[in-house]
Ligand binder design. Structure first.
Ligand SMILES: [Fe+2]
Length: 281
């Protein structure tokens, strides 16, 4: 199965792990996000912006629109506390370390894995429901434009959504085009191409190459607000990084046997009989 997934990643530039995010963790992510956002509503005295008896997707939708209109905050600023809470609760590690996600990542880029803590949850507002600036790139783009190294893998999964409409659209095979000439975060010109909608259900996770051209389609007016959970993954042992991601903050969530041995040894001089662990075998 991993071989087929690897071939999909190699040929098309992405693979989809169906049900890769387990239900328990998804529901935990939803409740944590709602908790943080309700606290934000209380802070801004927007007490009637949600009904606790509504489905979680409807509550999320109402809260986001209320926060945007009631505070003037952009979706990017609204999601910050939610993402910080995710990190505080080690949710990225739980998500990424669980099988089959870590199995696929190991198959693609090896075992010494880290995720970038400088990520942002993505909030998509349905067409016509808000005139606030959307901080997502709507046009086709490659993650390398934003500093991702070629050896990284981009991960994305939905956290709140009412349908699979208006999700990530990709151009299969574009990861083998190299760097697409761009200006102001938009391609100057694209070769003839076909578009593929990903249509991920709850729990489905897409893993894609940093050169794969992708964009978020516009969310139809009848849909509820969507929140997606993107993450950038790297193997820190890859030394060929012709880019700038060393400036970001990274956290390890999985280690190879070599790294565990290095941690036990503690230093590059291989000092014999280190005190650590000897006093308490
Ligand atoms: Fe992107």
């Amino acid at each position: 199965m991993l071989e087929i997934a690897k071939k999909s990643f190699s040929d098309k530039g992405y693979l989809v792990v169906k049900g890769g995010l387990n239900r328990g963790l998804l529901e935990h992510a939803q409740s944590v996000a709602l908790e943080e956002l309700k606290a934000a509503c209380s802070h801004h005295s927007l007490h009637s912006s949600f009904n606790d008896n509504d489905p979680t997707e409807k509550q999320f939708h109402d809260i986001i629109l209320s926060l945007i209109s009631g505070t003037g905050l952009a979706p990017y600023d609204i999601q910050k506390d939610v993402w910080k809470r995710f990190i505080r609760e080690d949710m990225p590690e739980s998500f990424l370390s669980s099988s089959p996600i870590v199995d696929h990542l190991k198959e693609l880029i090896g075992s010494d894995l880290q995720y970038s803590q400088g990520a942002a949850l993505t909030i998509s507002i349905p067409a016509g429901q808000s005139n606030s600036e959307n901080y997502l790139f709507k046009k086709y783009h490659q993650e390398v434009w934003s500093g991702s190294s070629l050896g990284n893998v981009q991960v994305w999964t939905p956290v709140f959504q009412s349908s699979t409409d208006g999700q990530i659209t990709v151009i299969e095979g574009s990861h083998k085009w190299g760097i697409v000439p761009n200006k102001n975060r938009q391609p100057i010109e694209l070769p003839e191409h076909n578009e593929t909608s990903t249509s991920l259900e709850y729990g489905d996770v897409i893993l894609f190459h940093p050169l794969l051209l992708h964009r978020s389609s516009s969310l139809p007016e009848e849909c509820l607000v969507r929140m997606g959970w993107p993450m950038m993954i790297r193997n820190w042992r890859y030394t060929s990084r012709p880019n700038f991601d060393e400036r970001w903050t990274w956290k390890s969530f999985y280690s190879s046997a070599h790294s565990e041995i290095e941690l036990a040894l503690g230093n590059a001089y291989l000092t014999p009989y280190r005190i650590k662990d000897i006093l308490s075998p």
